[in-house]
Ligand binder design. Sequence first.
Ligand SMILES: NC(=O)c1ccc[n+]([C@@H]2O[C@H](COP(=O)([O-])OP(=O)(O)OC[C@H]3O[C@@H](n4cnc5c(N)ncnc54)[C@H](O)[C@@H]3O)[C@@H](O)[C@H]2O)c1
Length: 347
Amino acid sequence: MKTYSIALIPGDGIGKDVTAAAWAVLQAAASKHNFNLEGTTFPWSCEHYKQTGAMMPEDGIETLRTFDAIYLGAVGWPAEVPDAVSLHGLLLPIRKAFIQYANIRPHRLLPGITGPLRAQGFDILCIRENTEGEYSGAGGRVHSGTSDEIAVETAIFTRKGVERIVRFGFDRARARRGKLASVTKSNAQKYTMVFWDEVTRDVAREYPDVEVSHYHIDAMAARMVMAPESLDVVVASNLFGDILTDLGAAIQGGLGFAASANINPDRTAPSMFEPVHGSAPDIAHLNIANPIAAIWSGAMMLEHLGEADASRDVMGAIEAITARGIGTAPGKDRTGVITDAVLAAMV
Ligand SMILES: NC(=O)c1ccc[n+]([C@@H]2O[C@H](COP(=O)([O-])OP(=O)(O)OC[C@H]3O[C@@H](n4cnc5c(N)ncnc54)[C@H](O)[C@@H]3O)[C@@H](O)[C@H]2O)c1
């Protein structure tokens, strides 16, 4: 029987609850489909930071490298540890070290969910560049605290980086409905974004079967609200993708339903799967976190591992329970009730 080794990082707050929920469902899927998921839990979190002074040990990245995939709940406890510390101490180093350059987030309404839009029949896959661009971290400040203070932050776009994310987008579009929307702001940003457009046009020649459209970020934001059903795969830079995927989460009914994967498409290192939401300190001890986003992220992990049937089974179970009105609104059902319903629907 095939065995996959999974590094589990539940993290902080509701990260722990939703990881436990997703893991129970993934285990059920594994036994139904005849494979093993061997989980190793790491306590890396803000609590760990308070105890040790680091979000993860120095050899954390090397430890994770040996796993087939990483599953993360959420990290962050802003009352005690600054967000910049928790983000830069764990999540970002993992994404960068393992070259998880494609951050993918599906945006569609599950059955039984009423989103904020009139449009119901949309199914968008947002692909965000995850390692460079506006979040490269290149910059600095001088004359701090004076009236002459200057802050600069440089967006770095490499041909390699743009080409690979755009190509990933084309591949996904080819496997879906054959439409790719590339998002830039090349009317205003005449170097990096014009470059992105050029690279997209170059790569497009290899995919004559995929229909490509080019949008500016502002127009895309409007389109995701006004005509989301016209979109299939959307590919964007780190910053633009970050913003669009929050919009995507909103139109699909909220953070309780927003799943994500940080993919290393070349499979030279493990990919990481996590719900989009954070640790939600405001509801952390109430057992009302919706685990659906986390379970959906787990289904994405199964698909990445090559267990497509098990993945489809998990998604089918999620859809079966939301269609019955379970877990469809924030705080409506407790975490355990939603998890048990998914488990029951899997049988
Ligand atoms: N990937 C990550 O680990 C990640 C992502 C985002 C935020 N964070 C961190 O999480 C902490 C809290 O951030 P925030 O409050 O801005 O964002 P958040 O996503 O934790 O919460 C935003 C709001 O959505 C609600 N919510 C989120 N997920 C929910 C769920 N599954 N079910 C029901 N309600 C849910 C919360 O109760 C809160 O009102 C911060 O430290 C932040 O840095 C981590």
